[in-house]
Design a protein around this ligand. Structure first.
Ligand code: PLP
Length: 390
């Protein structure tokens, strides 16, 4: 099962290859580790891997649920043919809630106002909505603030009694799960248990209770509750570098291009805007036709930055400023040709990882993969399937 959309982008200078077999494998591993239902998070176009393709592979790997951030994303997944359990959690007062209610999407409510809006949508479409209530236990992002828990639970219970909805879940989100020893983890888990007790006192009996993201799924058994929400680990990236045991997760994304120019420099030649890198000896430089317009962070070029690509099986450092469309790499005087393959990131042993890029750029691997795109073409392959010849 490999699509050939690349054919329609013959002019693309770089490609993102996503192996759906890796996603399937990672979900299988995570589901086993979790021991409870797995909610695969495919928001933001599947962290740059393709929402619909990632969703399909995650389901094949055993994910019982899918989750996205926005109602739009949920509606897109339904339009792709996915009819199973689906959660979303981000809306504005003007967001159309009738369509997700009609399509059986679980909407997350943070407040009495949101519950009122869901009640109105349920009445309009003549269906019982599916509502999950989110409590804020220490992230101060979405979720009902502690002072509002009782009122939100009471309204949720009212709506359940008057047939507006079924409360299908109760959940929260951790702030520091990638730092397993951070005291916030215990505090948030305690707060979540307090919310569960109060919800029960309020008459709520949610089917699905969940707190853990990828890092907590792997590192914090006490946070697994009735389900886990896994995003980054689904794509084979390490959710808590330095803490995660080796589970054999496989990075699903490879980004590659080819050298568009190769040239010789003499000592004293400066490279790229600002002439911030100057060769201190003769060398060769290769031009990779991908830049910040395609998701390569310009931060990769900060002086002393250590971002690398692989050319001819060797790591090659980026030199000078990352441009909008191109970036230069130091080939160290080794023979190289225009057209030689460049692997910017991937999961093979000898190529840089998204985590390597994140460390070179002062960010996290999530941002590296999610921002990849621009003029690149993305193609899905399935290494579980042996492709037949023409
Ligand atoms: C993105 C997100 C997740 C997934 O987190 P990972 O660290 O990628 O596993 C889970 N829950 C919520 C609320 C999120 O926003």
């Amino acid at each position: 099962m490999s699509d050939h959309r690349a054919d329609r982008h013959e002019g693309a200078l770089a490609e993102i290859v996503v192996d759906v077999a890796a996603i399937r494998h990672n979900v299988r591993v995570l589901r086993e580790v979790a021991g409870v239902p797995l909610i695969a998070v495919v928001k933001a176009d599947g962290y740059g891997h393709g929402m619909v393709e990632a969703a399909r592979a995650a389901r094949e790997g055993g994910a019982e649920w899918l989750a996205v951030a926005t109602v739009d994303e949920a509606v897109q997944l339904r339009a792709s043919g996915y009819a199973g359990p689906l959660l979303c959690w981000l809306m504005l007062p003007e967001t159309d809630l009738e369509r997700p209610v009609a399509e059986g999407v679980d909407l997350t409510a943070y407040s009495v106002a949101e519950l009122d809006a869901i009640a109105e949508a349920a009445r309009a479409v003549g269906l019982r909505a599916r509502v999950q209530v989110k409590v804020d236990t220490g992230l101060s992002r979405g979720g009902a603030s502690r002072a509002d828990w009782a009122a939100v639970f009471a309204r949720a219970h009212d709506g359940e009694r008057d047939g507006s909805w079924k409360v299908t879940g109760l959940w929260s989100h951790l702030a520091c799960s990638d730092e397993p020893d951070h005291p916030a983890n215990d505090r948030q888990e305690q707060a979540f248990r307090a919310a569960l007790a109060l919800a029960e006192d309020s008459g709520l009996r949610p089917d699905l209770v969940h707190l853990a993201n990828s890092a907590a799924t792997i590192l914090r058994p006490s946070a697994r509750f009735g389900a886990v929400r896994c995003g980054i680990a689904t794509y084979g990236l390490d959710p808590a570098p330095g803490h995660t045991p080796d589970l054999g997760l496989r990075p699903a994304m490879t980004v590659r291009s080819r050298l568009a120019v190769v040239k010789h420099l003499v000592a004293g030649d400066a490279v790229s805007y600002g002439q911030r890198w100057v060769a201190d000896r003769p060398t060769t430089i290769g031009l990779v036709p991908m830049g910040y317009g395609d998701g390569i962070p310009r931060h990769a070029s900060h002086p002393g930055g250590s971002a690398e690509v692989a050319v001819g099986g060797k790591r090659r450092p980026i030199r000078g400023t990352v441009c909008m469309d191109q970036v230069m790499v130091d080939l160290g005087g080794d023979p190289a040709q225009v057209g030689d393959e460049v692997v910017l990131l991937g999961g093979a042993d000898d190529v840089p990882t998204a985590q390597d890029w994140a460390e070179a750029c002062g960010t996290i691997s999530y941002e590296i993969v999610t921002r990849m795109g621009g003029r690149t073409v993305r193609r899905h392959v399935d290494t579980d399937v042996v492709e037949e010849g023409p």
